[in-house]
Write a protein that binds this ligand. Structure first.
Ligand SMILES: [Zn+2]
Length: 265
């Protein structure tokens, strides 16, 4: 709760799940890939939900041990995610990158009928998998190769790309009429989203979540429209050849194998 408060949240209170919400959470956890489930069974201390005013963070994965060591983790989620579509979630997330400049331009995602909770739990569970298996800690491993020279430092040409000049990497808000230029730049990178450029761990979490959703037939597009509603730019990250190569890399790594042993340490 303190971390959500530090991120600008207010009116933060623990959320008790209703019977119906328990059923939703059970169902989403039950659909996680086998490795994700095994790792959570062994390493998740607590999964909590909090009520807070929207706009101040969605989810947090943290080590349970306050000194940041140990291999037990807590995942804390904004409770209103339980009732959100992925389309609205992604649209709101990237809206925070842009500022209204009076142009009337808008950015809108379309993730079909996917729910936000499945995506967010895949993303957060991947952070736990990553830390337990040391995937992004491996400077020479396939996740970071040619993309990340540090856990947060991008290699060229991506470090100089407009795709890396968003609030997710500390830049200021972008006048929204420039949005198409930024998504065009993103389309020339192997990153599935702007958020994936924030750190190697976010890159992996975003990729793994989208690998699983696309495996189940989910589609994703982002559209920039002008004040008259005319489409200025449209991009489908899951159809990008360089993104698809990286989704295949996760399968080559074995992250989505169905035959993980019972014990993962
Ligand atoms: Zn994350």
């Amino acid at each position: 709760m303190e971390t959500f408060r530090d991120a600008g949240g207010s009116e933060i209170t623990p959320h008790a799940l209703t019977e119906q919400e328990w059923a939703v959470v059970d169902s989403v956890l039950g659909k996680l890939p086998p490795l994700h489930r095994r790792v959570l069974q062994g390493h998740l201390r607590r999964l909590s939900f909090v009520d807070l005013k929207p706009g101040a963070g969605n989810a947090l994965t943290s080590r349970a041990d306050p000194d940041g060591k140990g291999d037990a983790f807590d995942i804390t989620l904004r409770a209103s995610l339980l009732h959100e579509t992925l389309t609205d979630f992604l649209t709101a997330k990237d809206a925070g990158l842009f500022e209204d400049d009076g142009s009337g331009y808008r950015v809108r995602f379309n993730a079909g009928r996917a729910d936000a909770l499945t995506y967010v739990l895949l993303h957060e569970a991947t952070h736990v998998v990553d830390q337990v298996l040391g995937l992004t800690a491996d400077a020479d491993g396939p996740v970071r190769k040619a993309l990340w020279i540090g856990s947060r430092d991008l290699a060229e040409p991506y470090a100089s790309s407009l795709a890396a000049k968003t609030r997710f990497r500390g830049s200021s808000r972008i006048p929204v009429h420039q949005a198409a230029n930024y998504y065009r730049a993103l389309a020339r990178t192997p990153f599935v989203s702007f958020y994936a450029t924030a750190a190697a761990s976010e890159d992996l979490a975003e990729l793994a979540a989208w690998r699983q959703l696309s495996h189940h037939g989910r589609k994703l597009s982002v559209t920039v429209v002008d004040a008259t509603g005319r489409r200025v730019f449209r991009y489908e990250p899951l159809k990008s050849a360089s993104v698809r190569r990286r989704l295949a890399m996760l399968d080559a790594l074995g992250l989505f194998r169905s035959d993980w042993p019972d014990q993962i340490r």
